[in-house]
Design a binder for this molecule. Structure first.
Ligand code: ZN
Ligand code: ZN
Length: 240
């Protein structure tokens, strides 16, 4: 399986990441990717990007080194009501919005609280993707939430980086992927690159999906054309 886009990448706008947009695009081109998304952390995380970073992405050209570069964000979920740290007027201007829980932003609560937050978040039309939800610190009721993500056209991220960075997440990601298969919930496979060398490193997530015979039809970022079609039909956004 070859996934041709990587829609979760950080730049030096997040202080704990180490590459520029140009470097990410260069490596993406080298690896044969068709698209990347610049998805820096929202401002609620201590070393996230400034609010202006998100409003000003329009100055980036649509293609760099032949790679389509989407304007994006990894917005932080800031409470158990499913609120996020970027305002609607900024989110509306972006091509691609991931929403994630991060422990430096919000202390983990109970599985019931995380479940409630995700159910509320699912109702937010400005969120496209639920980031690395296999994180054991933010356990939730997968069987209850995943069908709601599907019905509300939220994509579920299978985050390749999680397997190294978030202890226990491999088992959780496998369970999430199996349930996405059972309920036909569309997913995206991402690297969560924090340096250009990691762009397109999707091996761990792809292996997991291959291992459970996950249908390729449900991997919405398999190609640029496919994710463009999804954004057009579910968000009315034209990225081509
Ligand atoms: Zn990060
Ligand atoms: Zn994250």
């Amino acid at each position: 399986m070859t996934v041709k886009t990587d829609l979760h990448c950080h730049t030096i706008a997040s202080a704990h990441a180490f590459s520029t947009v140009l470097e990410l695009a260069q490596y993406a081109a080298k690896k044969g990717l068709e698209a990347i998304a610049v998805t820096d952390h929202g401002p609620a995380i201590p070393d996230g990007a400034h609010l202006w970073h998100f409003g000003n992405q329009r100055c980036l050209p649509p293609y760099i080194h032949g790679v389509r570069v989407l304007h994006g964000a990894e917005t932080n979920i800031i409470d158990f009501e499913g609120n996020v740290d970027l305002p609607a007027d900024i989110l509306k201007k972006l091509d691609w919005v991931i929403a994630s829980f991060h422990a430096p932003v919000i202390n983990p609560g109970t599985p019931e609280q995380h479940t409630q937050a995700y159910l509320r978040l699912a109702e937010n039309p400005l969120i496209d993707v639920i980031g690395h939800s296999g994180d054991g610190k933010f356990a939730y009721d997968y069987e209850k939430v995943l069908p709601v993500f599907k019905n509300n056209h939220k994509l579920v991220e299978i985050n390749s980086h999680s397997f190294l960075a978030r202890p226990g997440s491999q088992r959780n990601c496998r369970e999430i992927a199996l349930l996405c298969k059972r309920f036909s919930v569309p997913v995206v496979v991402d690297s969560d690159a924090h340096v250009c060398f990691e762009v397109g490193m999707l091996g761990a997530a792809c292996e997991l999906l291959e291992d459970i015979d996950f249908p390729q039809d449900l991997i919405m970022n398999l190609t640029l054309a496919r994710i463009a079609g999804w954004l057009k039909s579910h968000r009315g956004r034209d990225i081509l």
